[in-house]
Design a protein around this ligand. Structure first.
Ligand SMILES: [Zn+2]
Length: 305
């Protein structure tokens, strides 16, 4: 009985000691002692599945840490199939993107621009400016404008064109401008001309790699129909969903380039970096706000150093 009473008293003391922290954390308006506000990250890909492939693992890390991530496909994907197309394919791919977003814990938006026909027009630039502003983005991710696919190239151009303009109130004035230019960063790619990708940040995604594969696996029309057909190996795609997913997990969607490995060493140390199996890397775009080391630490809070 005495022991029980002591336990009860101890519990009361713990509750009392915890109370001020709870009060601060719950205080509206964000007191100095409260947890920092969640980051708002927005990633743009040309097609439904591009963001998942380039940044799905890092997105899952942000989500796990309580931050907000939005993926945007700038086209509706209505050209990405050998036997389907148009509105029916766009609807199918929108549903696949929604499922991928659900699996990752991110919001997935698919804009209704035609696949394979994207142009860096003022109209699409303003769509992108509005989405960045509405999300109050701290960090914007997307492809570089050097790529085999014109939709990828123009998505890169559109993001470069939106950087800075998101802060100009007279542009797209129906959506309030940001007071600060976000940091813009590029996804990793392997293209060498006119200059190769140069990573500023590399993130180990070993903890979230399975979630990334789950998201990519949701794009059935791409992973198990269109891309195998393009590569002449449609006959080798298994019918069983688990076998298909295993096939996707083997496709090196977290392969580490030499440059990314060197950048991992910078953030994780040589010993830990050598053990990383899957990573995603990002390069700072010169047209966004230029982050210092403290900004990088704030934007990628899971980096150990
Ligand atoms: Zn694509």
């Amino acid at each position: 009985m005495i022991l029980l009473r002591r336990l009860t008293l101890a519990a009361i003391v713990v509750i009392f000691a915890g109370a001020p922290w709870v009060a601060l954390a719950a205080a509206p308006g964000g007191q100095a002692q409260a947890a920092p506000a969640p980051l708002n990250i927005i990633a743009f890909g040309a097609h439904p599945d591009d963001c998942d492939i380039r940044a799905g693992g890092t997105a899952a890390k942000w989500v796990a840490a309580g931050h907000r991530v939005r993926f945007v496909s700038v086209t509706n994907g209505d050209a990405g199939h050998q036997s389907q197309g148009g509105g029916a394919l766009a609807a199918r791919r929108r549903a696949e993107a929604q499922e991928a977003g659900r699996r990752l814990g991110v919001e997935y938006i698919v804009l209704d621009n035609h696949d394979g026909e994207l142009m860096p027009t003022l109209q699409v630039r303003e769509q992108i400016i509005r989405l960045i502003r509405q999300w109050k983005a701290d960090l914007v991710l997307g492809p570089r404008p050097h790529d085999y696919h014109p939709d990828h190239r123009y998505t890169g151009i559109l993001l470069q064109d939106a950087a800075f303009m998101v802060t100009v109130p007279n542009i797209a004035p129906d959506t309030p401008a940001l007071r600060q230019n976000p940091v813009f960063m590029y996804f990793e790619d392997g293209f060498q001309k006119p200059n190769p990708f140069s990573p500023d940040v590399a993130v180990s995604i070993d903890e979230t790699f399975q979630k990334k594969i789950d998201a990519i696996d949701a794009h059935v029309s791409q992973m198990y129909e269109w891309l195998p057909w393009l590569n002449g190996r449609l006959d080798s795609v298994p019918a069983d969903p688990a076998a298909r997913r295993a096939m996707t997990a083997k496709q090196r969607f977290g392969r580490i380039s030499d440059a990314a490995r060197a950048t991992l060493v910078k953030y994780y140390g040589a010993e830990a970096a050598a053990k990383v199996e899957h990573a995603e890397a990002f390069e700072i775009c010169e047209y966004g706000r230029r982050p210092d080391a403290a900004d990088i630490k704030r934007l990628f809070p899971f980096l150990p150093r």
